[in-house]
Design a protein around this ligand. Structure first.
Ligand SMILES: [Ca+2]
Ligand SMILES: [Ca+2]
Ligand SMILES: [Ca+2]
Ligand SMILES: [Ca+2]
Length: 470
């Protein structure tokens, strides 16, 4: 065994040595012009024909103002290094696109779109909504695909702030349980340090601050340190992992605030039926006797309409609602688990859940929250939902949930599997109507549920089902 280990170590060292020795082409940007000699656009074209990794350095100077997308068509890894320069556009276009799945590192850059978008001033009617940064992963990529963002800010674009897509349907990929499309065998590895995403995603429905779509084999690994996701039209962060593979997340000292208001209730409320929900006795109400789908709103995609029928075909109940979004939304489906650790995160004032984690199919949810608060979110503060075979384990320490419109902390486990949640030094208060709304733990179907409570103040009470509290 020992000799095998030594051999593996030797191979790793050899591989690392080879990688370090690989030549890197360095290109200096000396012009702030949109194009031409010395421009960033010219540098990207030079890098694209290089078979080795390229590093583009922006010399200090004026902002780069562009009319059209800066596209890197190469597949070798690329690094763009600035010292805080702006790359800006007055047009509704994607600022930087990497369509061939190259590894990308951005350092010290601020990407700024035109701004001024909202549901009455959409950015997706005459063409696609421009993004800050887009990476497309080809269907034959093997990966992993690396995206590293350090000291980067993205503001005021109509679409996603940062979008990495390993999904054949691109912008029609969808999210969560309703997502579709195929993907490559590649995994996605995203590292954000001092990333700020602010005021993006107000030009179209479901445009997130940072969005990853992962299909086919492969996992999503996401790390955010000292980063802020604020004032985004849809989710601050949305990671959709649709097939085999895991979501693994580490968030440290980061903020998710005031996200999810593209489908603005103050605008769309007027388009909902006077009676937004109703229930009926069997035999009384035909399908055509209730309000139909809304077709005249500024964006009809915002309006959800659900109808339940009796076996007889008569309507049992209907409900209309607006599709508002979360601080951080993780959706894992198919084989694989959702593993997340958040340390020192603040999740506040988001228009749906603060933290919304869903896991389906085979696999578990394992979460740890330390020194993390969820406050004044419209729905639940922390929400973990697990379906199919697999367990839920949660450890929450020195954390709190206050004044959320839904429950403070929710752990739901369905089908085969157990739930085990331990809370220590946790405070909850004023969530929902304060009637057993602080901490909810539900264990449905087969399995064992335990909730361990130590040194905690749950002023608004517990709601447990199939769970032993100790
Ligand atoms: Ca994949
Ligand atoms: Ca999966
Ligand atoms: Ca799963
Ligand atoms: Ca389960």
């Amino acid at each position: 065994m020992k000799s095998h280990l030594l051999t593996a170590t030797a191979i790793m060292l050899l591989t690392a040595g080879l990688a370090a020795a690989q030549p890197v082409e360095t290109i200096i940007v000396t012009s702030a012009a949109d194009s031409g000699p010395g421009s960033l656009r010219a540098a990207l074209a030079t890098a694209a024909v290089s078979e080795t990794p390229s590093q583009i350095l922006l010399a200090a100077g004026t902002p780069v103002a562009i009319e059209t997308t800066l596209s890197y068509e190469g597949s070798a890894s690329l690094s763009i290094v600035g010292t805080g320069q702006m790359i800006m556009t007055g047009n509704n276009v994607t600022l930087i696109a990497v369509p061939n799945g190259a590894d990308l590192t951005l350092t010290g850059l601020t990407l700024v779109g035109p701004g001024g978008f909202d549901i009455n001033n959409r950015g997706d009617l005459d063409g696609p909504a421009g993004k800050g940064l887009f990476i497309g992963v080809p269907i034959d990529a093997i990966g992993p695909i690396h995206l590293n963002l350090t000291d980067v800010t993205v503001k005021n674009v109509a679409g996603h702030g940062v979008h990495i897509s390993d999904c054949s349907l691109a912008d029609a990929c969808g999210g969560g349980a309703g997502g579709g499309g195929d993907g490559s065998p590649a995994s996605l590895v995203i590292n954000a340090t001092n990333l700020t995403i602010d005021g993006v995603g107000y030009g179209r429905f479901d445009a997130d601050g940072l969005r990853a779509d992962e299909r086919g084999p492969g996992s999503i690994t996401f790390t955010a340190i000292g980063s802020t996701f604020h004032g985004v039209g849809a989710d601050g962060v949305e990671l959709d992992e649709g097939d085999a593979g895991d979501i693994t997340v580490l968030v440290v000292d980061s903020v998710f605030s005031a996200n999810g208001n593209y489908c603005d209730p103050s605008v769309l409320g007027a388009f909902l039926p006077d009676q937004a929900e109703a229930a009926f006795d069997d035999g009384t109400t035909a399908a055509d006797a209730i309000p139909g789908p809304i077709t005249d709103a500024p964006d009809n995609a915002c309006i959800e309409r659900e109808v339940d029928f009796y076996d007889s075909g008569f309507v049992a109940e209907y409900a209309f609602g607006l599709d508002l979004d979360d601080g951080i939304d993780l959706d894992e489906a198919g084989d694989g688990s959702l593993i997340a650790t958040m340390l020192g995160a603040r999740v506040a004032g988001n228009l749906d859940e603060g933290i919304d984690f869903d896991e389906e199919g085979a696999g578990d949810i394992h979460v740890s929250f330390v020194a993390t608060s969820a406050e004044e979110n419209t729905d639940d503060g922390f929400k973990m939902s697990e379906y199919g075979a697999g367990d839920v384990t949660g450890i929450i320490d020195h954390s709190g949930a206050r004044a959320n419109g839904g429950k403070g902390m929710v752990f739901e486990e369905e089908d085969a599997g157990d739930v085990a949640v331990t809370i220590t030094n946790v405070t909850t208060a004023n969530n929902d109507d304060s009637d057993d709304t602080g901490v909810e733990v539900v264990q449905d179907d087969d399995g064992v549920g335990t909730l361990t409570v130590v040194s905690s103040d749950i002023a608004d009470g517990f709601d447990v089902e199939g769970v032993t509290v100790q």
